[in-house]
Design a protein around this ligand. Structure first.
Ligand code: ADP
Ligand code: MG
Length: 256
């Protein structure tokens, strides 16, 4: 499914009653099956963009369209994954992955089958009866991805899913998430403040300005080694590419 923002502005009223413009005149389009990252400094409205895509907030001005239809409220086209895995601690990993299917009234046998398939897809086969506390942070994020994919959304929204992880785990997950999501062919919007991560994972990057966020630049990622696993030989090239982009966009202090 395509996702489009047309001249979207979002204002909030703060607790003190003042108006705050989170994003202003944001326009972009994500084609079906495309993986697009949104990068920008903290507070520039990245999460607000995801919330409007999910229909949790309405734009103050402009339009958000999914498959050329205006988003008017929360809808089942979208699967949302956050920095915090939000797994329920009293449920097994399998029951956590089944949770969204339960809420949608999917019958038990089908629920189990779909959840098991997604766990395998996210390299968690054999961990279905573990509880969240028994898994590492990286595995918990993979379980959260399995839960997001199990409901078979047409658009995947990822809000800084790796920012709480250590560097090593982060790199592994960036790589495995990119592969897993590419296999689904789903339209994906990733929010990150890490430009190297955006380069590593996406087809295209939207660079936002400081708040109120607006699209400052749009970069098509051209990495010849995208399809190969990331290792110490390919990684310097990615880091180098990201460093060049930082320089080009003069983003060193802001986005790093
Ligand atoms: P980012 O994800 O880029 O860090 P956010 O989208 O979370 O930024 O927030 C953008 C701005 O909008 C911030 O100044 C934030 O405080 C403000 N904001 C976000 N949500 C709300 C809300 N529900 N009410 C009031 N202000 C909000
Ligand atoms: Mg945010």
């Amino acid at each position: 499914m395509a996702l489009e923002f047309r001249n979207v502005t979002k204002e909030f009223t703060t607790n003190s009653g003042a108006r705050l413009t989170a994003v202003t005149d944001v326009s972009f389009r994500v084609e079906p099956g495309e993986f697009v990252s949104v990068v920008g400094p903290s507070g520039c409205g990245k999460s607000t963009i995801l919330s409007m895509t999910a229909g949790l907030y309405q734009p103050t001005q402009g339009e958000v369209l999914v498959s050329d239809r205006a988003v008017t409220g929360p809808n089942s086209h979208v699967g949302f994954m956050l920095q915090k895995d939000l797994l329920l601690p009293w449920r097994s990993i399998l029951n956590n992955v089944e949770f969204g299917l339960e809420a949608r009234g999917v019958a038990k046998a089908e629920r189990r089958e779909r959840a098991m398939a997604e766990l395998a897809h996210c390299q968690l086969a054999g961990f279905e009866n573990h509880y969240p506390y028994q898994l590492s942070g990286g595995m918990r994020q993979r379980a959260a991805l399995a839960r997001t994919l199990a409901i078979d959304p047409e658009i995947i929204l990822l809000d800084e899913p790796f920012s709480a992880l250590d560097a090593q785990t982060k790199l592994l997950l960036q790589n495995s998430f990119a592969g897993t999501i590419a296999e689904t062919g789903k339209t994906t919007l990733l929010i990150t403040h890490d430009l190297a991560e955006a380069v590593l994972m996406s087809d295209r990057i939207l660079v936002l300005s400081e708040r109120p966020g607006t699209v400052m630049a749009e970069i098509k990622v051209e990495l010849p080694q995208r399809d190969k696993p990331i290792n110490r030989r390919t990684m310097p090239e990615v880091a180098d590419y990201a460093a060049q982009l930082f320089k080009h966009l003069k983003l060193e202090e802001k986005a790093a």
